[in-house]
Design a protein around this ligand. Structure first.
Ligand SMILES: [Zn+2]
Length: 67
């Protein structure tokens, strides 16, 4: 009864239990970071741009390109 996984975002060990609600991520933050990266990929496919910065979290994106 000691199963654990590695957080895909930060590499931290995460206990695979009902208490670890964000598993396989260690936290909501890491989950959102991973989701943001995924959405960033989708965005580049849909509308390429030359922005080289890390994609911000979905709920914190006031400067999203509008075109
Ligand atoms: Zn993490």
């Amino acid at each position: 009864m000691g199963k654990s996984v590695t957080c895909p975002t930060c590499g931290k060990s995460v206990a695979w239990t009902p208490e670890s609600r964000w598993r396989p991520f260690c936290s909501e933050r890491c989950r959102l970071i991973d989701l943001g990266a995924w959405l960033g990929e989708e965005h580049r496919i849909a509308g390429p741009s030359d922005e080289g910065l890390a994609w911000p979290l979905p709920d914190q994106d006031p400067e999203a390109p509008s075109h």
